[in-house]
Design a protein around this ligand. Sequence first.
Ligand SMILES: Nc1ncnc2c1ncn2[C@@H]1O[C@H](COP(=O)(O)OP(=O)(O)OP(=O)(O)O)[C@@H](O)[C@H]1O
Ligand SMILES: [Mg+2]
Ligand SMILES: [Mg+2]
Length: 537
Amino acid sequence: MAQGDNGSSKSSSVTPYEEALDALSSLITKRTRVGDVNMEERFNVLYKYLKMLDLEEAISNMKIIHVAGTKGKGSTCTFTESILRNCGFRTGLFTSPHLIDIRERFRLDGVEISEEKFLVYFWWCYDRLKENTDDNVPMPTFFHFLALLAFKIFAAEQVDVSIMEVGLGGKYDATNVVPTPIVCGITSLGYDHMEILGNTLGEIAGEKAGIFKHRIPAFTVPQPDEAMHVLREKASQLNVPLQVVTPLDAKLLNGSRLALGGEHQYINAGLAIALCSTWLKMNGHLEDSYLKHIQHTLPEKFIKGLTTASLQGRAQIVPDQFINDEIPNELVFFLDGAHSPESMEACARWFSLAIKDQDQILFHQKLDNSNFSNQVVKMHNGETVQKKSTQILLFNCMSERNPQLLLPHLMKTCADHGVYFKKALFVPGLSVYHKVGSHALPATDSDVDLSWQLTLQRVWENLMQGNKEGKSNNSAPEELNMEMSASNCEHSAVFSSLPLVLKWLRDTVQQNQSTRFQVLVTGSIHLIGDMLKLVKK
Ligand SMILES: Nc1ncnc2c1ncn2[C@@H]1O[C@H](COP(=O)(O)OP(=O)(O)OP(=O)(O)O)[C@@H](O)[C@H]1O
Ligand SMILES: [Mg+2]
Ligand SMILES: [Mg+2]
């Protein structure tokens, strides 16, 4: 296999896979604002890359489902892939971001691409681009490269359907080089990436609608008026038949559950069903009359797809493995990569309901009392104790996000459901920003800059102060043994690294054996990825 020349000497301990990841890291650059001239110019260069990679014809023959939106793209694409795979088709799925390994972004028949195949296609593209680019046409940026690689992989693997998640925006996103998709979807719109996409919902909707193509059918979910107005306007300019899909009615699943948790997933599932049935119809696999019934009954294969799809880090519940075998499992992580105000609310709703929903949590002991948060549990020594649940928040977000928006949404939605956090923990990410590989090393604890986490902590403490007035939260404050090693305030603490947080949590669980700790981890997809690396060994 050809090994790319990425211009630096490698020590022999670097594996071929790590070498590819280093080459990929070299493509990471700063993002640009939509509206800057070079967004469009840069997008147009993609057609040159397609030529270099000999992909033009392949792309125009692909049977693509293209999905943009602020929230729910990955989930919608995952449901869509799972449904069509269960209908018997060979699928390619391109999503972003990844949590642990870059290969999560490229799935073939529902499984992330193997290292071997990844390396073959990676160097095939990388080397060709290196040979053909120069000062005038430089190497593609990181995300551009990944999208090109996805097209290459799906073309070479001859999948029946390629499901492509937009990375950012729509109009100038690298996935938008597709000339004629079979069908397009726009998921829930909201405020995110305003620094790049614009400040109003209308502007944001306009960017996302940039994936519409002349006469190609498109679907969306119920949207705020301002966004819907723009979507309809853009659709009519291009003669796009745009339909609004209502959330899936849970009854149609015949008693099963959607594979991805949270009420908002019914919105995404409804959209996925519309995308799949349209794709099937356009390719001659479904008759029109059948589509009419899909509102009332779902085919078995659709149900199977919706109830078995999987996506890490979205409403994921992970009991801590470390203490599993020693004491009843009393440390459970609730992981969700929400990082915008709307998704923070969705996440808080999911958490508040999930901690009360005993079916979802795989505890060792049999729960004989339906009141989950306050039950009698037999300990290993035979003693019977009254079990209490305590909720902890573990949070980080990128510094371009506004914690004054995120944290109040989170706290208020939880409070509306009667859930209050005993402590909020703030911690920086593990991964070094410019590395994409799992071999990226954490910075050492001593030189971590914690000023952002201290800011988050201040926001939280202020919110808690505000909350105290006029509200009798936390009804009977129970005393827990919670000694902190790090910067400790009444309701929160800052830790310098995730392993330290984990150690503290495990120690605390040991010291409070009659308490079940339910830890909501959210605010950043990177934090979720780092956490999964640590707890899912
Ligand atoms: N329809 C929705 N409405 C509101 N929030 C949602 C919706 N769907 C998903 N979310 C929230 O957004 C998070 C990310 O979901 P998902 O990965 O499906 O979206 P995405 O659009 O791909 O996001 P990203 O910007 O991270 O790529 C979820 O964990 C959940 O908290
Ligand atoms: Mg996003
Ligand atoms: Mg995504």
